[in-house]
Design a protein around this ligand. Structure first.
Ligand SMILES: Cc1ncc(COP(=O)(O)O)c(C=O)c1O
Length: 415
């Protein structure tokens, strides 16, 4: 009989990814909630429910009917896709990335980051021996898990209102040394602007500082750009870290179609930038996957360089701005103090004092009202007084959330 002991310590001791744990709980409670007119409204995962661009559906249908597109692709990506990515990066950011050796296709940015970390760190059981990756905090729950699973250590860099979500990296480095940590263990800095879960972004000058910092200490800059097309004010239009001086020497950037085109289920993205990092990612990936369905690559290639794609992004941003603002107003009418984010579609919401912590609050919202959110501790173990709300549901569902919160007594101050 096979037991869990057969498997490696890291995996054995790891929990399932928080979003799927929450989803499983939601499924478990669905019938019960429906019976009391509280069918679950998921505001947990960052998965927009908008219709994907018609353009890409039409293209996919056309390519599905093409004979030669049904065989293995290559891990690197089809020439047509890589060329389209190169054109897109040039048009959107004025960045030159060569399809030959500076771009690599991904099964979404999550997979890309995980495999890059795998390529980067040496697996060690003992924490003192482990390689270190600097990560923003709070941040995408997967970073810490991926790093831990690879036998490395995540070192948190705190983003908060005081540092305007752009922490001084030199200060962080000095603090890291003061704590007795080994500078040679640092392998990479992950930055994520626009940020999940805070919905904030950074200035171009700050990205330049990140690049300078990584070049100074010879570490890799991993820029997670999953939300770079979601902004609600031209003043906050996100930059690519690859626009910075010296970026080609140290930076690899992850992009994805998931959030931009509401195509989370299609699973396609790309890494681009520093040649060495792309080469090492290629080594790590080519042993375990054989590339992405060509039909998907071809149809997205057309989308990336199309007028239709750009128009879709523009229209989505107008819709999201209205949707998020309406929901922020609704929450604030219940006494919450939530600010409209400048980018992405997340709200980082302080919970009422009467709840012990964010887990208790999130559980109450789910079990009483069928509203599915994520406790702040999923993104930072110290964020016990926050929840993350993903404003991705339809306008009707979002209005229903506010109605239920009112009816079920989820005011910020008890009435
Ligand atoms: C910051 C961040 N990076 C990466 C991802 C993964 O996106 P995908 O793998 O769909 O490209 C997410 C998804 O929520 C995210 O929030």
């Amino acid at each position: 009989m096979i037991s869990e002991d057969l498997f490696n310590n890291k995996i054995k001791n790891m929990s399932n990814y928080i979003m799927f744990v929450i989803k499983a709980r939601q499924v478990e409670l669905t019938e019960q909630l429906k019976a009391k007119n509280r069918a679950p409204i998921p505001l947990s995962m960052g998965a927009p429910v908008e219709r994907v661009p018609q353009f890409v559906i039409d293209k996919a249908k056309e390519y599905l009917d093409t004979d030669h597109l049904h065989t293995y692709s290559t891990p690197k990506g089809e020439a047509k896709f890589l060329e389209a990515v190169s054109q897109r990066m040039k048009k959107r950011f004025n960045v030159d990335v060569n399809p030959k050796d500076e771009i690599f296709s991904l099964i979404g940015s999550k997979e890309g980051i995980a495999n890059l970390i795998r390529a980067l760190v040496n697996y060690k059981e003992d924490e003192k021996e482990q390689d270190v990756i600097l990560i923003p905090c709070p941040s995408y729950a997967s970073y810490t898990q991926m790093i831990k699973a690879m036998g490395a250590r995540a070192y948190a860099i705190y983003l908060n209102e005081q540092n305007n979500y752009m922490p001084d990296l030199e200060e962080v480095y000095q603090q890291y040394l003061k704590e007795g940590n080994d500078p040679k263990k640092i392998k990479a800095l992950i930055v994520n602007y626009p940020n999940n879960p805070l919905g904030c972004t950074c200035t171009f000058d700050y990205l330049q500082k990140c690049v300078d910092f990584c070049n100074k200490y010879n570490i890799l800059l991993i820029s997670d750009s999953a939300y770079c097309e979601m902004y609600y004010d031209e003043a906050y239009k996100p930059h690519s870290a690859l626009e910075c001086k010296g970026a080609a020497d140290c930076c690899i950037e992850m992009h994805s179609i998931s959030k931009t085109y509401a195509m989370t289920g299609w699973r396609l993205g790309w890494a681009c930038g520093n040649k060495t990092a792309v080469k090492m990612l290629s080594r790590a990936k080519s042993t375990i996957d054989t590339g992405i369905f060509k039909v998907l690559q071809y149809s997205v290639a057309d989308l990336l360089v199309s007028e239709e794609g750009d128009k879709y992004i523009e229209e989505q941003n107008i819709k999201f701005k209205e949707k998020i603002q309406g929901f922020v107003d609704g929450l604030n009418s219940l006494g919450y103090k939530v600010k409209m984010p400048n980018t992405a579609f997340y709200l980082w919401v302080k919970i009422p004092d009467r709840f012990k912590d964010c887990e208790e609050f999130a559980t109450a919202l789910l079990e009483k009202s069928g509203i599915v959110v994520v406790p702040g501790t999923g993104f930072d173990k110290n964020s016990t007084r926050y929840i993350r709300i993903s404003v991705v549901a339809s306008n009707e569902d979002l209005a229903e959330v506010i109605r239920r919160m009112k009816e079920d007594g989820f005011y910020f101050e008890e009435k």
